[in-house]
Ligand binder design. Structure first.
Ligand code: NAP
Ligand code: MG
Length: 405
């Protein structure tokens, strides 16, 4: 078989622990035998981040900006215990946070559905993708305890000296106060990312806030989405046969539970925080959740939603063969290779990524899966090691590729 050619390199961001081990195996078993893989490699493993004073993380984000598509392995976000374990110079920031702030992107999380593993909500037949606005609101709040009687005011002082003042509450006794904010620029970026992702995945877009109660703050989100939709996306949505739908958050929650799934749900920061865990749990497992960061200008970074699976790594270091689920990481590669293929007009690369996806799902359908999935599966199946699972995918992939050739 001739290997599939690539024209533009994929930005490859390697990571840590068990997922780093899976990463190398995925490349060796499932990609390199079929694709003449062209990547610009960045080692985001913690030791190398420490060596480069985290410059490698910045460089990888700029490369993602330059080339447009990246694939990332899970990475350790250091804490005190990691400082000691890795003898770090500094408690480096979360790579995902750094990359997200450079690309100014929104994270979209979608579950991978397989036959035999049923969502808790019986009506859900298709994945529900969540987009969480990751700036402001209570995550950048200023709070205080009110000691006793007195007046609380909201005051804005313009650079020109203009002052706007509103009374929040006349306290008769102790209580609490909180100030939150958001930015038109950030809301606009979020809206662009959501509209673009909906178009890229051909998904209806739902957006929800509580604008009946928050008539200025939440309403601003609704207005920005609406204006952008009317101005830039309405025709493209009609052409793609998808819809944009706004509703109140409580109505959205009720509709989501009654739905069949198969749409993108854009949420404010807090709603997204809460709802993404609800959706992930109801669909089954974090090991079957993909994640993609989309920038407002249309740059994509694909990864698995789970972490580096530390507990399995320590067992691996003791020489044990682990049964760590590589599916979300394989799907990150599938997404990135497919997007690269679309952008560069490489039909063979698109077909390969579709085959890799099909071979993975087919393997699970045939009853071969890692232990975490076997536990969720309705049938009596025995979990296998990551290696056995990936070899089974490889065998199916070879047949699929030979059938195409
Ligand atoms: P985790 O790596 O997601 O693992 C938590 C537990 O979930 C595992 O111990 C395992 O349960 C199960 N699990 C997760 N992924 C699995 C998979 N692919 N296959 C099988 N089981 C899986 O979360 P964590 O232990 O809280 O975090 C570990 C490290 O990852 C931390 O250093 C954190 O900073 C980092 N992290 C990185 C990212 C990212 O880069 N995007 C995201 C989250 C966390 P059992 O042990 O019961 O089998
Ligand atoms: Mg949370």
């Amino acid at each position: 078989m001739d290997k599939i050619r690539m024209t533009t390199p994929l930005v490859e961001m390697d990571g840590d622990e068990m997922t780093r081990i899976l990463w190398a195996d995925i490349k060796k078993l499932l990609i390199e035998p079929f694709v003449d893989l062209k990547t610009e490699y960045y080692d985001l493993g913690l030791p190398h981040r420490d060596e480069t004073d985290d410059q490698v993380t910045l460089d990888s984000a700029y490369a993602a900006e330059k080339y447009g598509v990246a694939v990332k392995c899970a990475t350790i976000t250091p804490n005190m215990q990691r400082m000691e374990e890795y003898h770090l110079k500094k408690m480096w920031k979360s790579p995902n946070g750094t990359i997200r702030s450079i690309l100014d992107g929104t994270v979209f999380r979608a579950p991978i559905l397989v036959d035999g593993v049923h969502p808790t909500v019986r009506t859900w037949k298709k994945p529900i993708t969540i987009a969480r606005h990751a700036y402001g609101d209570i995550y950048k709040n200023v709070e205080m305890a009110v000691p006793g009687p007195g007046k609380a005011e909201l005051v804005f002082t313009g650079e020109d000296g203009q002052e706007i003042r509103k009374t929040i509450h006349e306290f008769r006794g102790p209580g609490v106060l909180q100030g939150v904010h958001n930015l038109d620029s950030s809301i606009t970026s979020f809206a662009h990312s959501c509209f673009r992702y909906a178009l890229s995945e051909k998904l209806d877009l739902w957006f929800s806030t509580k604008d009946t109660i928050s008539k200025t703050y939440h309403h601003r989100f609704k207005d920005i989405f609406e204006a952008l939709y009317e101005k830039e996306y309405k025709q493209a949505f009609a052409d793609a046969g998808i819809t944009y739908f706004y509703t109140l958050i409580d109505d959205a929650v009720a509709r989501v539970v009654r739905s069949e799934g198969g749409f993108l749900w854009a949420c404010l920061n807090y709603d997204g925080d809460v709802m993404s865990d609800m959706i992930a749990t109801a669909f089954g497992s974090l090991a079957m959740m993909t994640s993609v960061l989309v920038s407002p200008s249309g740059k994509y970074e694909y990864e698995a939603a789970h972490g580096t699976v530390t507990r399995h790594y320590y067992r691996y270091l003791k020489g044990e063969e682990t049964s760590t689920n590589p599916v979300a990481t394989i799907f990150a590669w599938v997404g990135a290779l497919r997007k690269r293929g679309e952008l560069d007009g490489l039909t063979d690369l698109i077909a390969f990524s579709d085959s890799l996806k099909a071979a993975t799902l087919d393997t699970i359908q045939a009853g071969i899966m890692t232990k975490d999935l076997a536990l969720l599966h309705e049938g009596e199946v025995q979990g296998v090691t990551s290696r056995v699972f990936m070899e089974a995918i490889q065998a199916r992939l070879v047949s699929l590729m030979q059938a195409r050739a």
